[in-house]
Design a protein around this ligand. Structure first.
Ligand SMILES: Nc1ncnc2c1ncn2[C@@H]1O[C@H](COP(=O)(O)OP(=O)(O)O)[C@@H](O)[C@H]1O
Ligand SMILES: CC(=O)N[C@@H](CCC(=O)OP(=O)(O)O)C(=O)O
Length: 267
């Protein structure tokens, strides 16, 4: 079974055109590749927390998450955001199942490394791949929110990009990250452009030069982590560009392709 993991960023969720969901359903109905959606929801979490008088702080693009904040994060991600995507897919003619990483032990998590004061932020230890496969086998589209759980039952807030990356790796899936930008921007001589392709080494330079910052940091790490011998590229796509998902699916040029090495040979 072949999979396509589609990570939908919170930056773009409110603005994704109906055609995006129609395209996901069309891919599912074609049957060759099973789409799996993993979503974020960062901006909505921030705005709900703000209404409750809680300010968010981020370390390397990850939200510092106290126990009280964790309840809000889960409510927003696994409740409102997740069910909106399921409804959109229904409207587009498909059947989706909304679940969080907590359900069925889908995302087993542990505290994220090297950040003592970040609270209940997790990284993925293990993914229950057979659970996802089962949903896909029943012609349904899994829609997964990035909350993880450890063996003691503690829940963790996981960055959507890293959750999606671990799921893509577990399924040996093609991986695309849908966001609100046409790809990775770079600037040289005051001129801004979008990279068509970028390697791990180039990404390190761009991070050092502070050309890649904020929410793009977990995104590029996630893209690189998803790569394996079998899956050699991950792509950052613009959700606001109507046909970007189908272009990527059909192997056409779209967004920024992330690869391990510059000399990687491409079809
Ligand atoms: N080099 C870069 N190219 C493009 N976007 C960048 C870059 N560096 C930082 N960013 C920021 O990263 C954001 C995408 O991350 P994020 O807001 O977390 O998206 P999402 O919610 O879609 O996961 C962009 O909107 C942009 O502000
Ligand atoms: C640990 C951490 O930062 N978790 C994220 C989860 C949501 C997310 O990743 O949303 P986007 O995809 O929209 O960025 C957060 O709390 O914002």
């Amino acid at each position: 079974m072949e999979f396509l993991v589609i990570k939908c960023g919170g930056s773009v969720l409110e603005s994704l055109p109906d055609s995006f969901y129609k395209n996901v359903v069309a891919i599912q109905k074609e049957g060759r590749v099973k789409p799996v959606i993993v979503h974020g929801g960062g901006p909505l979490i921030s705005s709900v927390l703000e209404k409750l008088g809680v300010n968010s702080t981020f370390i390397d693009g990850l939200r510092v998450t106290t126990n009280e904040m964790l309840d809000v994060v889960e409510m927003v991600l696994s409740g409102s955001v997740n069910k909106k995507i399921v409804s959109q897919l229904k409207k587009a003619g498909g059947t989706a199942v909304g679940i969080s990483g907590v359900d069925g032990g889908l995302i087993q998590a542990k505290p994220v490394k090297n950040a003592a004061d970040i609270g209940f932020v997790g990284e993925v230890e293990k993914v229950n791949g057979p659970f996802i496969r089962n949903i896909c086998m029943h012609s349904m589209i899994p829609v997964i929110s990035p909350i993880g759980i450890d063996l003691s039952g503690q829940r963790y807030n996981i960055n959507g990009d890293s959750a999606a990356s671990a799921i893509a790796r577990a399924l040996k899936a093609r991986f695309c990250l849908i966001s609100n930008i046409p790809g990775i921007y770079t600037e040289a001589d005051g001129k801004k452009s979008v990279l068509h392709q970028v390697s791990e080494k180039e990404i390190k330079c761009l991070i050092e030069e502070k050309q890649i910052t904020g929410g793009m940091l977990p995104k590029v790490t996630a893209a690189l982590d998803s790569l394996s011998e079998k899956v050699t590229e991950a792509v950052i796509l613009n959700g606001l560009e109507e046909e970007s998902l189908l272009k990527f699916y059909d192997g056409k040029k779209s967004g920024t392709k992330i690869i391990k090495k510059e000399d990687q040979v491409h079809a």
